[in-house]
Design a binder for this molecule. Structure first.
Ligand code: B12
Length: 477
């Protein structure tokens, strides 16, 4: 009835958790579901040809998690590949095609246009897939399907997304080969909530997940962790944008994990905002199994933190690090260098401060991906046409198209901003640093934290390493 396809072929492979949930929801509503996982297939075209020779689904759903690698300067876009996959599917079946996924949700309209898909779903997929299947069987009232993009004549219409406050997500996690992903990708994933009520300048999360925090019942989250553990997956990365928003929910999840003794059976990592965070949360997280935190530090320069609309100050970064140290939790601090107003002085200040407080590692990402509908896009568009903005960096010609990898790096950092950042890092091995502009081979001696085709990472996982990728890479050093 429904065939779901994972189109993300990035390596190391990350389990398509969204597809697992969507498949679970469709099955729970009584629809038979097949999953064709192109990430685990050696030859995707052959896998599709083999599958459709024997199957005639009513609907084909594609999960499109990453629109691009979100990394300057590599800027790899996956939309052309997706368009090719849609064409291949069209040559093999008459079933309509629907696309969903987090990356897709940010760019739903252009991706539907560029791929020629029949439908798209922006936002949560669990309710939407069931509604769409029912409408396809019945009245075909597509205006009733949550988050649906659909064609009416030459127009593409879009319904408001389903961002239910009460999240009822299937916990069985049995539609995807999670054991294979654990073996090849070194981690599993689980969500404790969706959405984010922060308004960070550059972030697209509210566009894909909504701007309210939508917590899940901690009991369901723990059930799901146990489902994964039963499949042999005992090292996890939480898939929340920021685990500690809201902080009472983070405590409630930890309490449930501790009550079930999960802290002794699984290890996990999470993304966290720098505030709110304190020793009590660090201790609860450690007891619940957390071994590593990736903080959204962004910067340590007060002016940049203000521009990024971060509520934390540099002192809070140091305090959070101390609380983690006291509880044996490894720390990665993610920096976002090059935003509006960044100067060589603010870069120096940030890197100097981070080196001084000494986290286990720090990600010196350079360049902000400009997502449409964010504060960053509004700020830049308000100044002048994007074409005239000297801070816009891109590898394509013609008019600016934000659905293609488009970045902003403050003009004040000059023509070789990566060289400048690397100079300030001065070979400190705790930093993941941007690729030098003069590097000719992007894979050669890489010291960044782009997890797309990251060979040292894949080799370490093949040799048995498990955990967050930053933690595996830092241990390799
Ligand atoms: C956690 C996370 C990670 C973890 C993954 C951990 C794990 N074990 O899963 C790690 C750190 C490994 C990671 C890595 C990367 N990530 Co990441 N990640 C996230 C994060 C925070 C959550 C993703 C997630 O799993 N969400 C939970 C699932 C359930 O949601 P979902 O996929 O959206 O699925 C729902 C809907 O989209 C929909 N849906 C999904 N599929 C389908 C299919 C159909 C047919 C339908 C109808 C609906 C549907 O229904 C689902 C349930 O409601 C997101 C941001 C976010 N808040 O979502 C970024 C995000 C997805 N990552 C992103 C990027 C860029 C990357 C990297 C490419 C970075 C890099 N260059 O290294 C790598 C890629 C790694 C890889 N090999 O694939 C970007 C993608 C944006 C873009 N430009 O395309 C995001 C959106 C962050 C951002 N705003 O920049 N990431």
């Amino acid at each position: 009835m429904l065939t779901l396809i994972n189109a993300n072929r990035m390596l190391p492979p990350i389990g398509p958790i969204g597809l697992d949930y969507v498949a679970g929801a469709a099955r729970r509503a009584g629809f038979p579901v097949d999953v064709v996982d192109l990430c685990l297939a050696d030859d995707p075209d052959a896998a599709l040809t083999r599958y459709f020779a024997a199957a005639q689904p009513r609907l084909v759903g594609i999960s499109f998690r990453n629109v691009d690698d979100c990394f300057w300067p590599s800027s790899e876009s996956f939309v052309p590949d997706l368009a090719r996959t849609v064409r291949t599917i069209r040559s093999l079946t008459d079933a309509p095609v629907v696309i969903g996924g987090v990356g897709f949700s940010i760019f739903s309209d252009p991706v539907v246009r560029q791929t020629g898909a029949d439908f798209g779903v922006r936002g949560d997929g669990e309710q939407a897939i069931v509604s769409l299947l029912r409408e396809l069987q019945g009245a075909r009232r597509f205006d009733r399907v949550e988050g649906l993009l659909w064609r009416q004549g030459d127009e593409i219409r879009a319904n408001p997304p389903a961002w239910p406050r009460e999240l009822d997500v299937p916990t069985a996690r049995d539609a995807v080969d999670n054991a294979a992903y654990f073996r090849l990708g070194g981690q599993g994933g689980v969500e404790t909530k969706r959405g984010c009520n922060r308004t960070c300048l550059y972030c697209a999360d509210p566009l894909a997940k909504g701007s309210a925090n939508r917590p899940r019942n901690p009991v369901a989250v723990a059930d799901e962790v146990e489902s994964l553990q039963a499949q042999g997956v005992d090292v996890l990365h939480l898939c929340d944008a920021e685990f500690n928003l809201p902080v009472h929910h983070a405590h409630a999840v930890c309490e449930e994990f501790i009550r079930r003794g999960l802290g002794e059976r699984v290890r996990w990592y999470a993304y966290l905002a720098v505030v709110p965070f304190d020793a009590a949360l660090a201790e609860a997280m450690r007891r619940a199994g957390c071994v590593g935190i990736n903080f959204t530090g962004d910067s340590a320069a007060p002016a940049m933190l203000k521009t990024y609309r971060q509520p934390h100050g540099r002192k809070d970064i140091a305090l959070a690090l101390r609380a983690c140290r006291d509880n044996g939790i490894a720390v990665m601090i993610d920096l976002l260098l090059g935003g509006p107003g960044e100067t060589p002085e603010t870069v120096t200040d940030t890197i100097h401060f981070i080196r001084q407080i000494g986290p286990d590692c720090a990600g010196a990402a350079l360049g902000l991906r400009v997502y449409p509908g964010t504060g960053l896009a509004a700020l830049l568009e308000g100044e002048a046409p994007l074409e005239d903005n000297a801070g816009i960096r891109r590898h394509y010609e013609g008019p600016i198209d934000l659905s293609r990898p488009t970045f902003y790096i403050s003009e004040a950092l000059g023509d070789r901003p990566a060289a400048l950042v690397r100079d300030r890092i001065a070979g400190d091995p705790r930093f993941f640093e941007p690729q030098d502009e003069s590097a000719t081979d992007p894979t050669e001696a890489r010291s960044d934290h782009n997890y797309n085709c990251n060979t040292p990472l894949m080799q370490a996982i093949a040799a048995g390493a498990r955990g967050a990728y930053w933690d595996i890479l830092r241990r390799l050093r």
